[in-house]
Write a protein that binds this ligand. Structure first.
Ligand code: HEC
Length: 303
């Protein structure tokens, strides 16, 4: 009887008009109210955390091994989620907290860890409590881009052996300075890419100046002695770096990365072999900061 009273009280509080025939209303600060508030449900408590901290990797087409988007998808993982968040395996983050605080640290708060790890009975709760579903652009973790740059030629990857760093230079043909506020790199063949860097080569840079544009090459394939020796030493700024599971760069409001007019983007790819022939054509997807006052920044940044 007590059990029935408790469960009825948790999930259906009597409406004022039903007062006469209703069960006694629970006191708001009593044990019943505490049970109701502290039992996490999927829609109210778990899903908001998954949207903010997990779905960038755990959704269809992303790097995580299973989607954590719907109740049905998430429920079988409740125990594994508990373990993964308690041990701080998820979300992955390898910086040592003893050495400073990072603005883009995706780690969960103690409260969020507590919520996810006490959801092992996996109640669904009320779908009306769900946050608005997060909108993702297919295959990307930043919103609709203003500027997509893809390596013009795919790179053929052998089945075995070590592969020298592979470069591909892509002229942007920007006639004026651009400010990039969000940037993401996506390999087309994730399983072959150990890491990638996209450099911004300004028009006055001598780096790889005699190397061909628009086709893949390695340092040792270059005929120019200076280019061959200098391939791995550059003073060009990086647009961004990719490694498996890395997040896009997103600079705070008022900050953006300068791509001077006339620059080239230089993709530097480190491929690894895995026993199968492969092919990759990596792209970078960017959102420009159109609100930046161009004149103000040009002075300070370009000297
Ligand atoms: C940056 C990408 C990324 C994010 C963000 C991320 N995961 Fe994962 N997750 C992965 C990958 C990749 C694997 C597979 C790891 C492996 O096989 O070793 C994984 C595996 C898991 C597993 C299986 C664990 C196991 O031991 O096999 C669970 C459970 C999990 N993630 C839960 C979560 C939860 C919960 C969050 C958010 C709090 C989260 N992940 C955020 C990439 C991510």
């Amino acid at each position: 009887m007590v059990g029935r009273l408790l469960s009825a009280a948790i999930y259906s509080f009597p409406k004022p008009t039903d007062q006469k025939n209703a069960l006694p209303a629970p006191p708001h600060t009593g044990p019943v109210a505490r049970i109701a508030a502290s039992t996490p449900t999927f829609y109210r408590d778990v899903l908001p955390i998954l949207e903010q901290h997990c779905q960038s990797c755990h959704r269809a087409g992303a790097i995580g091994p299973m989607p954590l988007v719907t109740y049905g998808q998430t429920r079988p993982w409740a125990r594994m989620i508990q373990e993964a968040v308690r041990l701080k395996k998820m979300p992955p983050w390898f910086a040592d907290p003893r050495y400073g605080h990072f603005l883009n640290d995706p780690s969960l708060t103690a409260q969020q860890i507590e919520t996810l790890s006490s959801w092992t009975d996996a109640p669904a709760g009320d779908p009306h409590d769900a946050p608005a579903p997060r909108q993702w652009t297919d295959g990307w973790n930043i919103p609709q881009p203003d500027l997509v740059v893809r390596m013009p030629k795919p790179v053929e990857i052998p089945a075995h052996g070590d592969i020298e760093y592979t470069f591909e230079i892509v002229p942007t043909c920007f006639s004026r300075d651009m400010w990039v506020q969000m940037s993401e790199i996506r390999p087309s063949s994730r399983q072959s890419v150990h890491h990638a860097v996209v450099y911004i080569r300004p028009p006055d840079s001598r780096w790889l100046r005699h190397a061909p544009a628009g086709v893949p090459f390695t340092a040792s394939s270059l005929t120019g002695e200076q280019d061959r020796r200098g391939a791995h030493a550059t003073d060009s700024d990086m647009l961004l770096v990719y490694a498996p599971g890395s997040s896009p760069d997103h600079w705070p409001n008022g900050m953006a990365k300068l791509v001077p007019g006339g620059s080239d983007l230089v993709f530097q790819m480190h491929y690894t072999t895995n026993g199968h022939l492969g092919s990759d054509q990596t792209s970078t997807w960017n959102r420009l900061d159109l609100a930046v006052d161009q004149r103000q920044f040009c002075h300070s940044a370009r000297r």
